[in-house]
Design a protein around this ligand. Structure first.
Ligand SMILES: Cc1cc2nc3c(=O)[nH]c(=O)nc-3n(C[C@H](O)[C@H](O)[C@H](O)COP(=O)(O)OP(=O)(O)OC[C@H]3O[C@@H](n4cnc5c(N)ncnc54)[C@H](O)[C@@H]3O)c2cc1C
Length: 390
């Protein structure tokens, strides 16, 4: 799958931008087609980097998630150096308060996944003023956060532009034009100009020859689909669907006191993500198969009451903003990475509720795959084939 240098990425959200930067840094010539940067879930997310607080059980997915968390600090530094902007990475740790004492409170001293149980007394030292029903919390010091809305998304866009990615905003891909590899004109040739059978012709009977957009056609040697929750609109065989989330933010009132929250609170019903400047992000509703735009009174009411139950002081903090977004979700809730039904199309979709966390690892794995044909074992785990087997 040696591709030449001209790579077309469809979708300029978190994955499209992260991958474009990695490819461009490795010498590729990337065009990125983006319908609407603002609609990307990259802007909607809370920015938690939370493989432990999320309670990920699947060993392969946990490997992917922990690997990506481990890359974050260096990745953020690299982006900051390229863009000259702060992506807002904050290794603040995550507290996961609970309302019922767990059966086991044995934690972990593993350097990769430390986890400590805090009973209510210990918890009060670390985080005062939690709701009276909280009985204790898990403390995950290695989990972190990034200010995706004000930091990361803009930093990625500026970094891609500075590196020379041909970023075409407002370009909507409407259709992929494909051609069977049987067609004589597309048969690859050997060095003597003789046609030969491609190695994977059985599983790649076709390839993309161009994409049709609202602004004409675009061609490349290789294509990458990174269209988030909208991916099935372009490639219906890929089972990605939207899971809408409503969110809001409040601000700690100005006071001479230090900020009251210094780590993320990952509750069982809602999460509260304090930024370093006093903004607090609260999320999120979970509404499968909904592309309905906008907010609902029921959604916001439920979010607010769950967040106030966790941290009652919030009820007096002035509201700053409301928004919503669409998580790109697959039936098993794991991403689809790597090859596709088409020989020259790579997939980077379906990151569901962990796409901010998974961005650095996804960019690395996809660049290895596209430019060097390096198929990390993780790519096999998250291949589209798991859905094509019937
Ligand atoms: C409410 C909410 C909270 C979240 N919280 C977290 C969190 O705390 N931590 C975490 O790790 N993850 C979180 N996520 C998940 C994360 O935001 C997503 O997994 C991630 O943004 C997916 O990136 P993406 O590039 O695949 O999709 P997106 O970021 O959505 O980007 C897709 C882009 O593709 C473009 N596009 C679509 N169709 C076309 C087309 N036909 N032609 C051209 N362009 C097209 C769109 O315009 C869009 O810009 C959250 C998501 C939501 C919605």
């Amino acid at each position: 799958m040696k591709t030449g240098n001209d790579i077309v990425i469809i979708g300029g959200g978190l994955m499209g931008l992260s991958i474009s930067i990695e490819l461009q840094l490795r010498g590729a010539n990337v065009t990125l087609l983006s319908r609407n940067f603002q609609e990307a879930a990259a802007h909607a997310a809370a920015g938690m980097l939370a493989p432990q607080a999320e309670g990920i059980q699947d060993p392969e997915f946990l490997k992917l998630a922990l690997g990506s968390r481990a890359l974050y600090q260096d990745w953020a530094n690299k982006l900051e150096a390229i863009a000259g902007l702060d992506p807002g990475y904050w290794p603040c740790g995550i507290l996961a308060p609970v309302y019922q004492r767990p059966e086991s409170t044995v934690g972990s001293e593993s350097p990769e996944t430390p986890a400590y149980w805090c009973d209510r007394n210990t918890l009060d030292q670390r985080q005062p003023d939690l709701g009276p029903e909280v009985v204790g919390a898990w403390w995950f010091p290695q989990d972190a956060q990034v200010d995706n809305r004000r930091g990361l998304a803009r930093t990625l866009k500026v970094a891609a532009q500075k590196l020379g990615v041909n970023l075409r905003e407002g370009v909507e891909v409407q259709r992929l034009e494909t051609q069977s590899l049987e067609a004589q004109t597309l048969k690859p040739q050997n060095s003597q100009g003789q046609p030969f059978e491609p190695e994977n012709s059985a599983i790649h009977p076709a390839m993309i020859i161009k994409v049709h957009t609202n602004q004409g056609t675009v061609t490349g040697a290789h294509y990458i689909l990174a269209t988030g929750a909208w991916s099935a609109q372009i490639l219906p065989t890929i089972p990605v669907y939207p899971v809408k989330g409503q969110m809001l933010s409040v601000r700690v009132p100005p006071s001479p006191e230090p900020l009251p929250l210094k780590q993320v609170l990952f509750g069982s019903e809602a999460y509260i993500v304090p930024r370093r400047d006093g903004l607090i992000v609260i999320g999120a509703t979970v509404e499968p198969h909904s592309f309905d735009p906008g907010l609902t009174p029921a959604g916001l009411q439920s979010l607010l009451s769950k967040a106030i139950r966790l941290y009652p002081a919030l009820q007096d903090f002035p509201i700053q903003d409301f928004w919503w977004g669409f998580r790109p979700t697959t039936p098993d809730q794991f991403p689809i990475l790597g090859g596709s039904p088409f020989k020259n199309l790579t997939l980077a979709v379906g990151h569901h509720r962990n796409g901010i966390l998974l961005a650095p690892m996804t960019a690395q794995l996809i660049a290895d795959w596209v430019l060097e044909q390096k198929a990390d074992p993780l790519l096999r785990q998250f291949s589209w084939h798991r859905f094509s087997m019937g």
